[in-house]
Design a binder for this molecule. Structure first.
Ligand code: C2E
Ligand code: MG
Ligand code: MG
Ligand code: MG
Length: 294
């Protein structure tokens, strides 16, 4: 009897798992139609200078307005899209749309308009046509290469040898910025910092969470020391450092003291529509009219 019950539980469990698999499969199968129907859109989040508070860049973050499931965050579908290869058309759309949008941004509180930072999946980095694709997007939109940044995660960087290295170097030679995303979360074999044309490190929010503005707490001190050494590593290699996940003024103050160049996080602005970026550029321009030659 107990055995039968156990068997039933297993069936239930399997049915559950199958259901989940089916749901995942259905979600990924829906990506091509969703692209056609314009169900994906981008939110934009400021990257703010810790020196003068101006917006140096903007990260484009994809969202899916699903007709039945509602608003989906990237964590729900990017992994799936990577597994199935659908990240290639999806990522291509993100790149083109972000560039088209960013081309309209004027300068704000600094001489140049902010760059737009686009996340690239491993598959995209390893795809033979990457350089041609980026060139085509820049040509079609008129966005200058210096105003495009490509974010590649540490783990994707580590698997990047051979052809992809040449592709990234060709892009960097054109003036495209290359950032390592979520730095400090992978197993950092730092060789890629030597071999790849990286311009910026984006340090993952994990270490920032410890900076609660309580300097006597040992965990805070350790996180600060880790951050400080990552910043000096970056600066020694002529890279700029952006820290992600900055949620409070106290965290921002500590990061400024440590010497971080820029920050991203709720304290400096949540991800939102492009209108929010335009408003902020407007405000910056009005606040600093004397310093900006126009
Ligand atoms: P990411 O590239 O590290 O992006 C930063 C994530 O942190 C975003 O989550 C952003 O909304 C969130 N964030 C920003 N400020 C704060 C803060 O102060 N506190 C906290 N707790 N979180 C903050 P989101 O938009 O859900 O994106 C998650 C991940 O999805 C991204 O992480 C990126 O890896 C991936 N992703 C997003 N868009 C794309 C895309 O177009 N292509 C690819 N391949 N991946 C994407
Ligand atoms: Mg990113
Ligand atoms: Mg990140
Ligand atoms: Mg991430």
């Amino acid at each position: 009897w107990a055995k039968a019950a156990g068997g039933a539980r297993w069936e239930l469990f399997d049915a559950d798992r199958n259901q989940q698999e089916l749901a995942r499969y259905a979600l990924s199968a829906a990506i091509p139609t969703a692209l056609e129907r314009g169900e994906f859109y981008l939110d934009y989040q400021p990257l703010t200078s810790l020196r003068d508070g101006t917006m140096v860049g903007v990260e484009a973050l994809v969202r899916w307005r699903h007709p039945e499931l509602g608003e989906l965050r990237p964590d729900r579908f990017i992994g799936l899209a990577e597994e199935t290869g659908l990240i290639v058309p999806l990522g291509g759309w993100v790149l083109a749309d972000a560039a088209r949008e960013a081309e309209n941004w004027p300068a704000g509180g600094r001489p140049a308009a902010p760059f737009v930072s686009v996340n690239l999946a491993v598959r995209q980095v390893h795809r033979p046509g990457l350089v041609r694709q980026v060139l085509q997007v820049l040509e079609r939109t008129g966005l200058p290469p210096e105003r495009l940044q490509l974010e590649i995660t540490e783990s994707a960087m580590m698997s990047t040898t051979g052809e992809p290295v040449h592709a990234l170097r060709a892009l960097a030679d054109m003036g495209v910025r290359i950032a390592i995303d979520d730095f400090g979360t992978g197993y950092s074999n730092l060789a890629y910092l030597r071999d790849l044309p990286v311009t910026e490190l984006k340090i993952a929010g994990n270490f920032v969470a410890g900076l609660r503005g309580c300097p006597s707490d040992p965990k805070t001190r350790t996180d600060e020391r880790i951050l400080a050494s990552l910043v000096s590593l970056a600066h020694a290699l002529d890279l700029t450092v952006t820290v992600e996940g900055v949620e409070t003024a106290a965290q921002a103050d500590r990061l400024r003291a440590i010497g971080c160049d820029a920050a991203q996080g709720w304290h400096f602005g949540r991800p939102g529509p492009t209108g929010q970026i335009l408003d902020r550029l407007d405000r910056e321009r009005q606040a600093a009219p004397l310093f900006i030659p126009r």
